[in-house]
Design a protein around this ligand. Structure first.
Ligand code: IFM
Length: 468
């Protein structure tokens, strides 16, 4: 008997995600200020794969019309991008008219092309002048972010229906302040948690500004506000000890529950705060913060899912820097890896996330806001016509959509799926190392766009809602 194909609900949306700093280019034109990526590129280009810094993105500002047509031709009805704070405002917090004009033009062209735009307000792109005033370690910057959101809501509020305060707010604390990977490459657990706490306040002030602007009619009445985080369902070994389960509680508490509680309950998980305190981590809590956090409840959530996290009890409660350490990595012997990125491929994690939400946050609506596979040296997989042949991308997306479909059947309130990123783009210090796109960007040929083989499959699924 032929195998039954799974289907997605008719009103389930399929689109793609991208971000301003990874695509736009024109990093110092039209009044745009430096962000930390530009500054790091200038200070140490050797930190970037093949010495490709932040400056060019994937040339989106020059090619956006062509890209919007491509999205539509490939069967999509919507996409996400982000406004760059460093493009929209000047150093005094005033609107940069040229920056505003670009986003108005992009939103107008998108509507004309028949594409809904989901707009995110912060995607790891701290303006450098604000970093020099303390970045996310400073309350002044939290307030500056709140002001920025207010300007953005009022400027674009009649055009945009779907808004998000942050993309992956857990990543900057980890990559910049804890793991020493991104500029300024620190190893300081306590400072990372301060940054995480301040971002939570900033998010909540952003939501409060959204509600106020909407109540005044400056934001359209049908608009929604959300947050996007990368959720990593957290597992441990078979037959775990109490200490292994404790490692899961704290890892998932910091990465997942922190944000889920904030956006559904307007509060941070008490057990996580207690454990941080016991571990000697002091958060910069001030009187009135609980009231601010209480305003952080959103209308829906974006879940970026790439891989699970596997942990076990830590061998030591402090790491090599003398900082609190709640878990060690657990290497699961059966893990299937994407060797290019070093990330495990585990579609079941998406099903488990859906079931976790259905059980613990039953009112919460969500969508898969990023999911994708990045492959190194993909240009080597060309056929005679020069097209990239990428069956692994189809396998990856199919298996994740199947997990989503099963989760929906079992009660998950998942409303859509965005692939990261439809068209190859610049990816932080990895630059163009791992290619995610269904469409290739040829850096040797003026950023030329060329659909890969998998694009035909995507179009079939996006237009039929049947998982082929
Ligand atoms: O490129 C990033 C994106 O900015 C955030 N989520 C993960 C993507 C792939 O690494």
């Amino acid at each position: 008997m032929a195998e039954q194909k799974l289907a997605l609900p008719k009103d389930f949306f399929i689109g793609s995600a991208l971000s301003g700093p990874q695509t736009e280019g024109e990093w110092n034109k039209g009044g745009k200020l430096e962000n930390l990526w530009d500054t790091w590129s200038m200070e140490n280009l050797d930190d970037f794969y093949n010495r490709v810094g932040s400056y060019g993105g994937n040339d989106f500002m020059a090619k956006y019309k062509e890209d919007l047509v491509l999205m539509k031709e490939l069967g999509l009805d919507n996409y996400r991008t982000s406004i760059q704070w460093s493009r929209l405002l000047d150093e005094n917090g005033n609107l940069n008219p040229e920056g505003a004009a670009w986003y108005h033009e992009l939103f107008r062209a998108s509507a004309k092309a028949g594409l809904d735009v989901f707009v995110n307000l912060y995607h790891f792109d701290m303006p450098t002048y604000l970093f020099r005033r303390g970045g996310w370690e400073s309350r002044e910057v939290v307030e500056a972010y709140a002001h920025y959101t207010d300007v953005a809501f009022r400027e674009f509020g009649s055009e945009i229906k779907y808004w998000f305060t942050f993309n992956e707010p857990i990543v900057e604390p980890e990559q910049r302040y804890q793991e020493g990977v991104w500029y300024p490459k620190l190893h300081d657990y306590g400072r990372a948690r301060t940054v995480q706490y301040h971002i939570s306040l900033a998010h909540s002030l952003g939501v409060a500004n959204f509600r106020a602007a909407q109540a005044e009619g400056a934001v359209r009445a049908d608009a929604k506000i959300g947050m996007i985080n990368c959720f990593t369902p957290t597992y441990t070994k078979e037959n775990p000890s109490e200490a292994d389960l404790e490692a899961v509680r704290m890892t998932s508490g910091i990465n997942n529950r922190w944000w889920l509680d904030l956006i559904t309950k307007g509060a941070l998980p008490q057990d996580v705060l207690d454990s941080l305190k016991e571990g000697g981590v002091r958060l910069p809590v001030r009187a009135g913060d609980a009231e601010i956090l209480a305003q952080g409840v959103v209308d829906w959530l974006g879940c970026n899912y790439y891989h699970p996290t596997r942990v076990q009890a830590p061998a030591s409660k402090v790491d090599q820097y003398g900082l609190p350490h709640f878990a060690d990595e657990y290497v699961w012997p059966d893990a299937v890896m994407n060797e290019s990125r070093g990330w495990e491929i585990y579609p079941e994690g998406l099903y488990d996330f859906g079931m976790d939400c259905a059980k613990n946050y039953p009112e919460l609506e969500w969508f898969v806001s990023e999911n994708g596979i990045g492959i190194m040296d993909e240009y080597k997989n060309r056929d005679e016509q020069g097209r990239v042949i990428d069956p692994y991308r189809v396998d990856f997306v199919r298996s994740h959509l199947e997990a989503v479909s099963r989760a929906i059947a079992d009660g998950a309130k998942c409303r859509g799926y965005h692939y990261w990123g439809l068209i190859d783009n610049w990816s932080w210090s990895n630059a163009f190392k791992n290619r995610y796109g269904f469409v290739e960007v040829d850096l040797m040929d003026g950023y030329k766009r060329r659909p890969k083989q998998s694009a035909e499959w995507l179009t079939k699924v996006a237009t039929s809602h049947v998982i082929e």
